[in-house]
Write a protein that binds this ligand. Sequence first.
Ligand SMILES: [Zn+2]
Length: 474
Amino acid sequence: MKTLKRIVTIGILSAFTLGACSAPSSHSGVEGKFESIKNSDIQLRAFLQDMPKGGDLHNHLHGAVYAESWLDWAVEDGMCIDPQQRAITFPNGDGCGDFPTAKNALATDQGLRNEIIDMFSVRDFIPTTGWSGHDQFFRTFPLINAMPHRFGDMLADAANVAGEQNLGYLELLHTMELFETILPMVIATPMSGDVAADYDTLMSGPFGKALPEIIARAKANLDAAEIRKNEILACGTENAKPGCDVEIRFLHQPVRTLPPSVVYAHTIFGWHLMKEDSRFVGTNLVAPEDDFVALRDYKLHMAQIDYLYENLGERNVSLHAGELWLGLVHPKELRFHIHDAIKVGHAKRIGHGTDIVFETDYKNLLIYMAENEIMVEISLTSSDAILGIKGSAHPYEIYKAAGVPMAFSTDDEGVARIDITHEYMRAVKEHGVSYADLKTATYNSLKYAFVDAETKKKLIDSLDARFLVFESKF
Ligand SMILES: [Zn+2]
């Protein structure tokens, strides 16, 4: 019965997809408006900007901030500029030493400012031999530094860009308590590869003992950041900015390119944090999936997550999986990442999933994803910038035909210099996505959010109300 239903559904979906580009002109109301303007870039932009949107479920907080904000904060905070690396650096006891202060370096040198903005993003970037979009994209992060109190400023930035586009919810990926706390505690701890034994090793050492204190500090830092964000956005006043209306939750974000003891300890920390602080609603591993450590340890990371899931209790997991392509890695790496993320790593959502058709037995995997409602977070600009995959090369149509739920997300809107509206536009222009399907995707971005049920209902009710107003205009 299920199979028959699926075949019928796939048939209908396929027909609908095929028909999407040549939609009949009999649409009326909002759909008629959409059909009449969808070939005009600027009218489509205006329409989609106003269109109510649910959530952005794949948005890295560090990647969300635009270069100009980092530079403003560097100037205000007495940070330094490394003119060779085009990087923001921290002052030390001598101030900036041989480097100019950001204030001096950026006061008059528009050229340097432009170069730094280009370095912190893919603005004006053209891939060349030996330097791909992937290289440029991931190169940006080590160049960017800010004082810890800017956490709240980052939240304000991301929330306001979202609010200005009628987006109701952000699930921000964020890394806390890693490089200065957990990493030095465990980097020299030997791991056996037996995830049960390694858990005991980590928990019986300095990391395990310090864990309550680490969790308390993370919570306090987030408390402070939220207060600062609300101040910056003037929330609760008559001058409240659009970002005040955006509900924010966080995904704990371990870095998969670090040594096994560091990834495991940080994941354990996240597991506890998610239990103790409801603002952390899930976890997701970050950093280039094609990095040699990330590839080497992929199955180990899945086993680590599985151990915590089975022994410490279930948590929400979304995983970057299949953000790979033929040529970038050995073909054997394309065969199992999405499968293992779901079947071993308990992923309820998949980030990107770009290489799905290279997976072993991908057709059955798609069926499993559709039946179990494993949602795919589609980030079209990111896939284009990092993997060079766009248009008909992107698996959007594959997922759609299989009935796998999808939602659109920005990934790193500051680095890519885009916003969520831009991603909806790409969906329309590159994949002929209809108004009805855009609406489904935007509801999916709340349906599959990890936020608690009560808040989710509130967000969906708000989206319903906003659509009522939006659609009544046509
Ligand atoms: Zn991502």
